[in-house]
Design a protein. Structure first.
Length: 425
């Protein structure tokens, strides 16, 4: 199944945003669907019957003789708008796959496949530089891009003391991003003919990294828990293999330029910390994440693109009326609400790109007793603005995106009877 998912990711558009034009595209919100319905908060969450890919330390809470399986899907609608233009696009993709099981008492292991980033854009632009318009003529650019990077994690976690859990993950980053462009020139002077030019840039990613995490139970009673959680991922150079080709010609297509080699592209250091409170009916989480993008990768000075540090704050709540109510089915549902604020990891034409979202969802148990459930979540968000202006000699129009995402995830819990020996009289 992971191989099939990799192939699907590399051949389909999993996002649709002009903000994915640079870098590795749109970074996916991490975590399972039930935590993303709470704004994405959950680095400090651990439960014996639910997996948490945000923090490997949570595996220390895995119960003996249990097996957890998560499988998710995500549909997205993007509505993009500038001052005078607008467009929309829909995508639907497999989102998360994970398995988790106990190795020994207070020790757990998990294998998960999650998206890291997605690229998808269709952009047509006209040249606005006065000197080019006066000396060359009308120039039209067409840009296309697609692809994604996935992360395959093998994680281990254990409870090392009564209140302390530690964990670590080995992460394999795999994916491909394809970018295409065409240039057409309508000369200002007759007789000055310019052949159309096209190019492709293929980036292939294959790299291994790691991260570590901890959970600490500040309060740990039968009625309530308050947990502090933290993860750390170091800087990693993905070093993609890049194939760059340029083609031109009026009647035949000739390769004007070709190069192949690796380039430097760094994932930054990432620190995430948070608190999670759990009681019988009410739970709440609050996370803060910092990624040190500034200075990690080269800027595009001509077009005003630069990498900048990102700060993400996410929080949410969950209400479960009565998990043991055998008469009222809706009382066993979990109801979730949350919100998130973050910065995009690049500034565009000197403008910061801010992202706001509200989230909500429900967890529906599959039977009267047990942890298995279907989790349905939705997200409404906005990113960017419609500012206009000039950068150097070029005019620009910023893009404001409104988006809607819906997640469906099956969280299946292997109850103890899976491992019981049957006896016959």
């Amino acid at each position: 199944m992971p191989v099939v998912t990799f192939a699907q990711d590399e051949s389909s558009i999993n996002a649709f945003s002009p903000y994915t034009f640079y870098g590795i595209g749109d970074l996916s919100t991490p975590g399972p669907a039930y935590l993303r319905s709470m704004g994405g908060a959950g680095v400090a969450f651990h439960s014996p019957g639910m997996s948490n890919s945000l923090n490997p330390a949570s595996l220390g809470a895995t119960q003996r003789n249990t097996f957890l399986f998560n499988f998710g899907m995500e549909g997205q609608n993007f509505y993009s708008k500038t001052v005078d233009k607008k467009t929309s696009y829909n995508t639907f993709n497999v989102r998360d796959i994970s398995v988790q099981f106990s190795l020994y008492k207070n020790m757990g292991l998990s294998v998960s496949l999650n998206p890291l980033s997605n690229v998808g854009y269709r952009v047509d632009m006209m040249e606005t530089d006065p000197s080019i318009l006066a000396n060359v003529g009308s120039v039209k650019y067409a840009y296309r891009g697609e692809g994604s990077i996935s992360q395959l994690k093998v994680s281990y976690g254990a409870r090392v003391f009564k209140h302390l859990y530690l964990g670590a993950s080995m992460v394999y980053y795999k994916g491909a991003i394809s970018r295409y462009y065409d240039v057409e020139i309508d000369p200002i002077l007759s007789g000055n003919d310019y052949n159309p030019t096209a190019g492709t840039v293929q980036e292939d990613y294959s790299r291994i990294g790691w991260n570590v995490g901890l959970d600490y139970n500040i309060i740990d009673t039968d009625m309530r828990k308050l947990i502090f959680g933290m993860t750390f991922s170091p800087k990693l150079n993905l070093k993609p293999l890049v194939n760059n080709s340029v083609y031109g010609g009026s009647t035949t297509i000739d390769t004007a330029y070709y190069s192949m080699g690796t380039k430097n592209f760094n994932l930054p250091m990432n620190i995430r910390a948070g608190l999670f409170y759990m009681a019988n009916k009410f739970s709440a989480g609050l996370d803060y994440s910092f990624q040190h993008w500034k200075g990690m990768n080269g800027a595009d000075v001509v077009n005003g693109i630069a990498f900048g540090n990102t700060h993400t704050v996410s929080g949410g709540v969950q209400f479960l009326p009565n998990h043991n109510d055998m008469h009222r089915f809706y009382n066993r549902w979990s109801y979730r609400l949350g919100g998130r604020y973050s910065d995009y990891y690049m500034t565009i034409n000197g403008h910061k790109v801010r992202d706001y979202a509200i989230t909500f969802g429900v967890g529906i148990p599959l039977k009267a007793q047990g942890y298995s459930s279907i989790n349905i979540g939705a997200e409404l968000g906005r990113r960017g603005n419609t500012a206009t202006g000039t950068y150097g000699t070029r005019q620009f129009n910023m893009v404001r995106e409104n988006y809607f995402k819906i997640n469906i995830e099956f969280s299946l819990f292997g109850e103890d009877f899976w491992f019981m020996k049957h006896r016959y009289n």
